[in-house]
Design a binder for this molecule. Structure first.
Ligand code: KIV
Length: 290
């Protein structure tokens, strides 16, 4: 595996993350949903999230609500087979951690048995009981507050959260409660930068921003967004670093054109018969079926 001069090849664990937070090192997390994207991301980032964003990014759903445990397990297994050095976090899908501590434990434990290092779940005070149950069973939990996509029906869409005083104070309180319940890190999504900065200042665990401004301990973006592979509306917090969609379409178009004009495959992409066998096949005739 090759690494650029800037990449860290240390295996990322919870104590390593905590040390980096204390050292003020900015953390980088992105999503991967299969072995290809995991191999692209792993040499570069600190954490890989098998996000339930797979629902809208790859599976054609409008949001994350239809994503099931079966879907998440399938994609987590593909990512885990690449044995990433980055911390591998698996996202708990809608209804997988709401019904009972037993079911929550079974689902999250199944993620760890499939190779995840930690799980992520959305929500604040209401989720503290489940977070405690998981942490008690040695399952590391990343929290997720603010614009939590599994709550779109309550939020009335993908809207920035924490702009009113009581919402902002509730978010800070939730962040503190999640830390006290044992979360090792918190994703802060779609909230004013000042609010994310305040949370980052008083928490001892790292905050990972996505639309939370620059003063979080780290940042996460969906890989397909960074690579410009997603079409249509992009949230304000996304920065695409290349036009992946255009680049890939351009490459595919050149191959299709070569097929159509007869220049693909060329001799270098073709196999040859051993010397002398050409006559043998040239002399072949179909046998009479009767
Ligand atoms: O599912 C996901 O990809 C996420 C991140 C964007 C934080 O939850």
């Amino acid at each position: 595996m090759s690494h650029t001069s800037e990449t860290v090849i240390e295996r990322v664990t919870l104590p390593v993350l905590q040390r980096w937070k204390q050292e003020g090192k900015r953390l980088v997390m992105t999503t991967a949903y299969d072995a290809v994207t995991a191999r692209i991301a792993d040499p570069i980032v600190d954490m890989i999230l098998v996000g339930d964003s797979i629902g809208n990014v790859c599976l054609g759903f409008d949001n994350t609500l239809p994503v099931s445990m079966a879907m998440m397990n399938h994609h987590l297994e593909a990512v885990a087979r690449t044995r990433p050095r980055a911390l591998l976090v698996a996202d708990m899908p809608f209804l997988s951690y709401h019904l009972s501590p037993e079911e929550t434990l079974r689902n999250a434990g199944g993620f760890l048995q499939r190779g995840a290092d930690a799980v992520k779940l959305e929500g604040g005070a209401k989720r503290v009981e489940m977070v405690r149950a998981l942490v008690d069973c040695e399952i590391p939990v990343m929290g997720h507050l603010g614009l939590t996509p599994q709550s779109i029906n309550v939020m009335g869409g993908f809207k920035v959260q924490g702009r009113k005083a009581d919402d902002a104070l509730r978010l800070l309180d939730d962040a503190h409660r999640l830390q006290e319940a044992g979360c090792f890190a918190l994703v802060l999504e779609g909230i004013p930068a000042e609010l994310a900065a305040r949370a980052t200042e008083f928490l001892t665990i790292p905050t990972i921003g996505i639309g939370g401004g620059s003063r979080c301990s780290g940042q996460v973006l969906v890989l397909h967004d960074v690579l410009g592979l997603t079409k249509g509306h992009r949230p304000r917090f996304v920065r695409a670093y290349t036009d992946g969609y255009g680049l890939l379409q351009e490459a595919l178009s050149r191959w299709a054109a070569d097929v159509r004009n007869g220049t693909f495959p060329g001799p270098e992409e073709s196999y040859r018969l051993p010397e002398g066998l050409g006559d043998t096949i040239a002399n072949w005739r179909p046998s009479d079926p009767s």
